[in-house]
Design a protein around this ligand. Structure first.
Ligand code: GLA
Length: 345
Protein backbone atom coordinates (compact mmCIF):
# COMPACT_ATOMS: atom_id res chain seq x y z
CA UNK A 1 0.00 0.00 0.00
CA UNK A 2 1.37 3.34 -0.90
CA UNK A 3 0.92 6.78 -2.27
CA UNK A 4 3.58 8.33 -4.45
CA UNK A 5 3.89 11.67 -6.17
CA UNK A 6 5.54 12.82 -9.38
CA UNK A 7 5.34 15.89 -11.56
CA UNK A 8 2.79 15.96 -14.40
CA UNK A 9 3.95 19.28 -15.84
CA UNK A 10 2.99 22.91 -15.62
CA UNK A 11 -0.07 24.81 -16.85
CA UNK A 12 0.48 27.71 -19.28
CA UNK A 13 0.07 30.12 -16.34
CA UNK A 14 2.89 28.39 -14.48
CA UNK A 15 1.02 26.23 -11.97
CA UNK A 16 2.64 22.90 -11.10
CA UNK A 17 0.51 19.83 -11.67
CA UNK A 18 1.27 16.62 -9.81
CA UNK A 19 0.33 13.02 -10.41
CA UNK A 20 -0.40 10.82 -7.39
CA UNK A 21 -0.44 7.03 -7.55
CA UNK A 22 -2.44 5.14 -4.93
CA UNK A 23 -1.86 1.40 -4.58
CA UNK A 24 -3.70 -0.97 -2.23
CA UNK A 25 -2.52 -4.25 -0.71
CA UNK A 26 -4.10 -6.26 -3.56
CA UNK A 27 -2.26 -4.34 -6.25
CA UNK A 28 -5.17 -2.13 -7.33
CA UNK A 29 -3.72 1.11 -8.50
CA UNK A 30 -5.17 4.47 -9.43
CA UNK A 31 -3.51 7.60 -10.78
CA UNK A 32 -4.97 11.03 -10.10
CA UNK A 33 -3.73 14.43 -11.26
CA UNK A 34 -4.18 17.71 -9.40
CA UNK A 35 -5.40 19.43 -12.58
CA UNK A 36 -9.19 18.90 -12.59
CA UNK A 37 -8.81 15.99 -10.13
CA UNK A 38 -8.84 13.67 -13.15
CA UNK A 39 -8.56 9.92 -12.52
CA UNK A 40 -6.19 9.09 -15.35
CA UNK A 41 -5.80 5.37 -14.74
CA UNK A 42 -7.39 2.64 -12.62
CA UNK A 43 -5.96 -0.87 -12.69
CA UNK A 44 -8.19 -3.69 -11.45
CA UNK A 45 -7.98 -7.49 -11.89
CA UNK A 46 -10.26 -9.74 -13.95
CA UNK A 47 -11.49 -13.19 -12.87
CA UNK A 48 -8.03 -14.66 -13.66
CA UNK A 49 -6.21 -12.01 -11.66
CA UNK A 50 -5.11 -10.15 -14.81
CA UNK A 51 -4.98 -6.39 -14.33
CA UNK A 52 -6.23 -3.87 -16.88
CA UNK A 53 -6.69 -0.12 -16.90
CA UNK A 54 -10.47 0.33 -16.94
CA UNK A 55 -10.79 4.12 -17.33
CA UNK A 56 -10.42 6.16 -20.50
CA UNK A 57 -7.68 8.77 -20.31
CA UNK A 58 -5.00 10.79 -22.06
CA UNK A 59 -1.20 10.90 -21.92
CA UNK A 60 -0.31 14.55 -21.40
CA UNK A 61 -1.35 17.57 -19.36
CA UNK A 62 -1.96 19.47 -22.58
CA UNK A 63 -4.60 16.93 -23.60
CA UNK A 64 -6.32 17.29 -20.22
CA UNK A 65 -6.22 21.08 -20.49
CA UNK A 66 -7.91 20.87 -23.91
CA UNK A 67 -10.32 18.08 -22.97
CA UNK A 68 -13.98 18.78 -23.70
CA UNK A 69 -15.39 15.37 -22.75
CA UNK A 70 -14.67 15.48 -18.98
CA UNK A 71 -12.66 12.26 -19.44
CA UNK A 72 -12.41 11.29 -15.75
CA UNK A 73 -12.52 14.74 -14.15
CA UNK A 74 -14.17 16.18 -11.09
CA UNK A 75 -17.23 18.27 -11.90
CA UNK A 76 -18.38 21.44 -10.15
CA UNK A 77 -19.83 23.67 -9.00
CA UNK A 78 -22.87 22.33 -10.70
CA UNK A 79 -22.82 18.93 -12.38
CA UNK A 80 -25.23 18.41 -15.26
CA UNK A 81 -27.52 21.04 -16.78
CA UNK A 82 -29.15 24.24 -15.64
CA UNK A 83 -31.83 25.40 -18.11
CA UNK A 84 -30.78 28.51 -20.06
CA UNK A 85 -28.01 29.03 -17.47
CA UNK A 86 -30.41 30.85 -15.13
CA UNK A 87 -31.57 30.30 -11.59
CA UNK A 88 -33.02 32.45 -8.82
CA UNK A 89 -31.98 32.23 -5.19
CA UNK A 90 -33.31 34.54 -2.45
CA UNK A 91 -34.97 36.66 -5.17
CA UNK A 92 -31.70 37.27 -7.02
CA UNK A 93 -31.40 35.93 -10.56
CA UNK A 94 -28.00 34.45 -11.40
CA UNK A 95 -26.65 33.86 -14.90
CA UNK A 96 -24.24 31.03 -15.72
CA UNK A 97 -22.39 30.23 -18.92
CA UNK A 98 -24.50 28.49 -21.57
CA UNK A 99 -21.89 26.02 -22.77
CA UNK A 100 -24.20 23.21 -23.92
CA UNK A 101 -26.63 24.47 -26.56
CA UNK A 102 -29.01 26.80 -24.72
CA UNK A 103 -28.06 25.39 -21.29
CA UNK A 104 -25.38 25.42 -18.66
CA UNK A 105 -23.36 22.20 -18.25
CA UNK A 106 -20.91 20.92 -15.62
CA UNK A 107 -19.87 24.19 -13.97
CA UNK A 108 -19.28 26.37 -17.03
CA UNK A 109 -16.31 27.45 -19.13
CA UNK A 110 -13.74 26.97 -16.37
CA UNK A 111 -15.38 24.44 -14.10
CA UNK A 112 -13.69 22.38 -11.40
CA UNK A 113 -12.32 20.16 -14.18
CA UNK A 114 -10.15 23.05 -15.40
CA UNK A 115 -8.55 24.23 -12.16
CA UNK A 116 -5.50 23.04 -10.24
CA UNK A 117 -6.47 21.61 -6.84
CA UNK A 118 -4.26 21.74 -3.74
CA UNK A 119 -3.24 18.22 -2.77
CA UNK A 120 -2.32 16.50 0.43
CA UNK A 121 -1.47 12.79 0.49
CA UNK A 122 -3.05 10.67 3.23
CA UNK A 123 -0.50 7.99 3.98
CA UNK A 124 -2.77 5.64 5.94
CA UNK A 125 -1.29 2.11 5.77
CA UNK A 126 -4.74 0.56 5.37
CA UNK A 127 -6.13 2.99 2.87
CA UNK A 128 -3.96 5.39 0.92
CA UNK A 129 -5.80 8.59 0.12
CA UNK A 130 -5.49 11.91 -1.61
CA UNK A 131 -7.13 15.03 -0.25
CA UNK A 132 -7.82 17.75 -2.81
CA UNK A 133 -9.03 21.20 -1.86
CA UNK A 134 -10.17 24.16 -3.92
CA UNK A 135 -11.62 27.54 -3.00
CA UNK A 136 -14.04 28.73 -5.65
CA UNK A 137 -14.34 32.48 -5.25
CA UNK A 138 -17.61 34.40 -4.92
CA UNK A 139 -18.84 35.06 -8.48
CA UNK A 140 -16.64 32.45 -10.15
CA UNK A 141 -18.46 31.21 -13.27
CA UNK A 142 -21.45 33.26 -12.07
CA UNK A 143 -22.10 31.32 -8.87
CA UNK A 144 -22.63 33.20 -5.60
CA UNK A 145 -20.53 32.66 -2.44
CA UNK A 146 -16.97 31.65 -1.67
CA UNK A 147 -17.25 27.87 -1.87
CA UNK A 148 -14.61 25.89 -0.04
CA UNK A 149 -14.43 22.34 -1.43
CA UNK A 150 -12.69 19.17 -0.33
CA UNK A 151 -12.61 15.94 -2.31
CA UNK A 152 -10.92 12.87 -0.84
CA UNK A 153 -10.05 9.87 -2.99
CA UNK A 154 -9.36 6.70 -0.96
CA UNK A 155 -8.37 3.24 -2.15
CA UNK A 156 -9.28 0.61 0.44
CA UNK A 157 -7.97 -2.92 0.83
CA UNK A 158 -11.53 -4.12 0.07
CA UNK A 159 -10.93 -2.96 -3.49
CA UNK A 160 -13.04 0.15 -3.17
CA UNK A 161 -12.34 3.54 -4.63
CA UNK A 162 -14.12 6.03 -2.41
CA UNK A 163 -14.75 9.61 -3.41
CA UNK A 164 -15.99 11.88 -0.64
CA UNK A 165 -16.96 15.49 -1.23
CA UNK A 166 -17.53 18.34 1.21
CA UNK A 167 -18.28 22.00 0.64
CA UNK A 168 -19.13 25.06 2.70
CA UNK A 169 -20.09 28.56 1.60
CA UNK A 170 -20.32 32.08 3.03
CA UNK A 171 -23.40 32.99 0.94
CA UNK A 172 -26.38 30.90 -0.19
CA UNK A 173 -25.41 29.05 -3.36
CA UNK A 174 -26.07 25.87 -5.34
CA UNK A 175 -23.78 22.83 -5.37
CA UNK A 176 -23.77 19.55 -7.28
CA UNK A 177 -20.36 17.86 -7.34
CA UNK A 178 -19.58 14.62 -9.12
CA UNK A 179 -16.90 12.57 -10.85
CA UNK A 180 -17.00 11.96 -14.59
CA UNK A 181 -15.08 8.70 -15.06
CA UNK A 182 -15.54 6.87 -18.36
CA UNK A 183 -15.32 3.15 -17.65
CA UNK A 184 -14.76 0.14 -19.84
CA UNK A 185 -14.44 -2.88 -17.57
CA UNK A 186 -12.87 -4.94 -20.37
CA UNK A 187 -10.04 -2.40 -20.48
CA UNK A 188 -10.03 1.20 -21.70
CA UNK A 189 -8.84 0.13 -25.17
CA UNK A 190 -11.41 -2.65 -25.71
CA UNK A 191 -13.90 -1.01 -28.05
CA UNK A 192 -17.53 -0.51 -27.17
CA UNK A 193 -19.22 -1.12 -23.83
CA UNK A 194 -22.50 -2.40 -25.32
CA UNK A 195 -21.98 -5.93 -23.94
CA UNK A 196 -21.63 -4.71 -20.34
CA UNK A 197 -24.57 -5.74 -18.16
CA UNK A 198 -25.98 -2.89 -16.13
CA UNK A 199 -28.36 -2.77 -13.19
CA UNK A 200 -29.50 0.61 -11.84
CA UNK A 201 -31.31 0.62 -8.51
CA UNK A 202 -33.99 3.05 -9.66
CA UNK A 203 -37.70 2.53 -10.27
CA UNK A 204 -38.01 6.08 -11.60
CA UNK A 205 -36.18 8.55 -13.81
CA UNK A 206 -36.52 12.18 -14.83
CA UNK A 207 -37.75 12.40 -18.45
CA UNK A 208 -36.13 15.29 -20.31
CA UNK A 209 -36.65 17.46 -23.40
CA UNK A 210 -34.41 17.33 -26.47
CA UNK A 211 -31.83 19.60 -24.76
CA UNK A 212 -31.76 17.14 -21.82
CA UNK A 213 -33.56 19.46 -19.38
CA UNK A 214 -35.98 17.46 -17.21
CA UNK A 215 -39.67 18.14 -17.68
CA UNK A 216 -40.01 18.05 -13.87
CA UNK A 217 -41.87 14.76 -13.98
CA UNK A 218 -40.65 11.76 -11.96
CA UNK A 219 -41.72 8.83 -14.13
CA UNK A 220 -41.56 5.04 -13.69
CA UNK A 221 -38.92 3.22 -15.75
CA UNK A 222 -41.21 0.19 -16.01
CA UNK A 223 -42.10 -0.56 -19.60
CA UNK A 224 -39.51 1.89 -21.02
CA UNK A 225 -36.09 1.38 -22.65
CA UNK A 226 -34.47 2.90 -19.57
CA UNK A 227 -35.61 0.15 -17.23
CA UNK A 228 -32.38 -1.24 -15.73
CA UNK A 229 -33.97 -2.59 -12.55
CA UNK A 230 -32.93 -6.03 -13.85
CA UNK A 231 -29.39 -6.45 -15.12
CA UNK A 232 -29.51 -5.80 -18.91
CA UNK A 233 -26.84 -5.41 -21.60
CA UNK A 234 -26.29 -1.72 -22.33
CA UNK A 235 -26.60 -2.48 -26.05
CA UNK A 236 -29.83 -4.51 -25.80
CA UNK A 237 -32.17 -1.56 -26.41
CA UNK A 238 -29.78 1.32 -27.13
CA UNK A 239 -30.87 1.56 -30.80
CA UNK A 240 -34.37 2.45 -29.58
CA UNK A 241 -33.10 5.33 -27.44
CA UNK A 242 -32.58 8.50 -29.50
CA UNK A 243 -28.96 9.55 -29.21
CA UNK A 244 -28.12 6.74 -26.76
CA UNK A 245 -28.39 6.80 -22.98
CA UNK A 246 -27.96 10.14 -21.22
CA UNK A 247 -30.56 9.89 -18.46
CA UNK A 248 -30.87 10.76 -14.81
CA UNK A 249 -32.27 8.05 -12.57
CA UNK A 250 -34.03 8.58 -9.24
CA UNK A 251 -32.35 6.12 -6.89
CA UNK A 252 -34.50 3.97 -4.60
CA UNK A 253 -32.21 4.67 -1.65
CA UNK A 254 -33.11 6.47 1.59
CA UNK A 255 -32.35 10.19 1.58
CA UNK A 256 -28.69 10.87 2.36
CA UNK A 257 -27.94 7.23 3.29
CA UNK A 258 -25.23 5.27 1.47
CA UNK A 259 -27.05 2.78 -0.76
CA UNK A 260 -26.54 0.71 -3.90
CA UNK A 261 -26.90 2.80 -7.04
CA UNK A 262 -25.68 0.54 -9.85
CA UNK A 263 -23.88 -2.69 -10.66
CA UNK A 264 -22.04 -3.27 -13.93
CA UNK A 265 -20.65 -6.61 -15.02
CA UNK A 266 -18.43 -7.26 -18.03
CA UNK A 267 -19.13 -10.88 -19.01
CA UNK A 268 -15.84 -11.71 -20.85
CA UNK A 269 -13.46 -10.61 -18.09
CA UNK A 270 -15.85 -11.07 -15.15
CA UNK A 271 -15.03 -7.61 -13.80
CA UNK A 272 -17.81 -6.16 -11.68
CA UNK A 273 -18.16 -2.57 -10.47
CA UNK A 274 -20.74 -1.67 -7.87
CA UNK A 275 -21.50 1.95 -7.11
CA UNK A 276 -22.89 3.01 -3.74
CA UNK A 277 -23.78 6.61 -3.03
CA UNK A 278 -25.47 9.03 -0.66
CA UNK A 279 -26.75 11.07 -3.64
CA UNK A 280 -30.39 10.91 -4.78
CA UNK A 281 -29.62 10.47 -8.49
CA UNK A 282 -27.28 8.97 -11.05
CA UNK A 283 -26.72 10.04 -14.66
CA UNK A 284 -26.11 7.09 -16.96
CA UNK A 285 -24.31 8.31 -20.08
CA UNK A 286 -23.27 5.80 -22.75
CA UNK A 287 -20.41 7.83 -24.26
CA UNK A 288 -22.62 9.02 -27.12
CA UNK A 289 -20.48 12.06 -27.97
CA UNK A 290 -17.16 10.21 -28.15
CA UNK A 291 -16.26 10.41 -31.83
CA UNK A 292 -12.65 9.31 -32.14
CA UNK A 293 -11.20 12.74 -31.47
CA UNK A 294 -10.26 11.78 -27.91
CA UNK A 295 -7.16 9.57 -28.00
CA UNK A 296 -5.00 8.39 -25.17
CA UNK A 297 -2.87 5.62 -23.70
CA UNK A 298 -2.53 4.09 -27.18
CA UNK A 299 -6.28 4.00 -27.87
CA UNK A 300 -8.77 5.97 -29.93
CA UNK A 301 -12.06 6.54 -28.11
CA UNK A 302 -15.04 6.12 -30.41
CA UNK A 303 -18.76 6.29 -29.73
CA UNK A 304 -19.84 4.07 -26.79
CA UNK A 305 -16.22 3.09 -25.94
CA UNK A 306 -16.85 4.07 -22.32
CA UNK A 307 -19.82 4.65 -20.01
CA UNK A 308 -20.31 7.13 -17.18
CA UNK A 309 -22.38 6.73 -14.04
CA UNK A 310 -22.35 10.14 -12.41
CA UNK A 311 -23.80 10.21 -8.88
CA UNK A 312 -25.51 13.54 -8.43
CA UNK A 313 -28.58 15.64 -7.68
CA UNK A 314 -31.03 15.81 -10.56
CA UNK A 315 -30.35 18.02 -13.60
CA UNK A 316 -31.85 21.51 -13.46
CA UNK A 317 -32.71 21.10 -9.77
CA UNK A 318 -32.29 24.86 -9.14
CA UNK A 319 -35.37 25.42 -11.35
CA UNK A 320 -37.37 22.40 -10.24
CA UNK A 321 -38.94 22.98 -6.80
CA UNK A 322 -40.15 19.35 -6.62
CA UNK A 323 -36.59 17.94 -6.95
CA UNK A 324 -34.33 17.48 -3.88
CA UNK A 325 -32.76 20.83 -3.04
CA UNK A 326 -29.24 21.74 -4.19
CA UNK A 327 -29.12 24.94 -2.15
CA UNK A 328 -26.25 25.26 0.31
CA UNK A 329 -26.48 27.97 2.97
CA UNK A 330 -23.74 29.37 5.19
CA UNK A 331 -23.46 27.24 8.38
CA UNK A 332 -24.49 24.12 6.43
CA UNK A 333 -22.17 21.51 4.98
CA UNK A 334 -22.57 19.79 1.61
CA UNK A 335 -21.51 16.13 1.82
CA UNK A 336 -21.51 13.41 -0.80
CA UNK A 337 -19.93 9.97 -0.63
CA UNK A 338 -19.64 7.59 -3.59
CA UNK A 339 -17.97 4.20 -3.39
CA UNK A 340 -16.87 2.17 -6.44
CA UNK A 341 -16.43 -1.43 -5.37
CA UNK A 342 -14.56 -3.81 -7.66
CA UNK A 343 -14.95 -7.60 -7.67
CA UNK A 344 -15.22 -10.45 -10.17
CA UNK A 345 -17.91 -12.90 -11.22
C1 GLA B 1 -22.68 14.29 -19.08
C2 GLA B 1 -23.85 14.73 -19.85
C3 GLA B 1 -23.69 14.33 -21.26
C4 GLA B 1 -22.41 14.85 -21.83
C5 GLA B 1 -21.27 14.41 -21.01
C6 GLA B 1 -19.99 15.04 -21.50
O1 GLA B 1 -22.68 12.94 -18.92
O2 GLA B 1 -25.06 14.27 -19.32
O3 GLA B 1 -24.77 14.79 -22.00
O4 GLA B 1 -22.48 16.23 -21.84
O5 GLA B 1 -21.49 14.77 -19.67
O6 GLA B 1 -19.82 14.91 -22.85
Amino acid sequence: MSITKESFGKTSDGQNVDLYTLTNSNGLKTKIITFGGYIISLQVPDRNGKFADIVLGYDTLEQYVNDSTYLGSLIGRFGNRVAKGKFTLNSIEYTLATNNGPNHLHGGIKGFNKVVWNAQPIDDPNRPGLKLTYLSKDGEEGFPGNLSCTVIYTLTNNNELKISYEATTDKATIVNLTSHGYFNLAGHNSGDILGHELMINADNYTPADETLIPTGQIAPVKGTNVDFTKSTAIGARIAKVTGGYDHNFVLNNKKGKLGLAARVCEPKTGRVMEIHTTEPGIQFYSGNFLDGSAKGKGAVYNKHNGFCLETQHFPDSPNKPNFPSVVLKPCEKYTHLTVHKFSVK
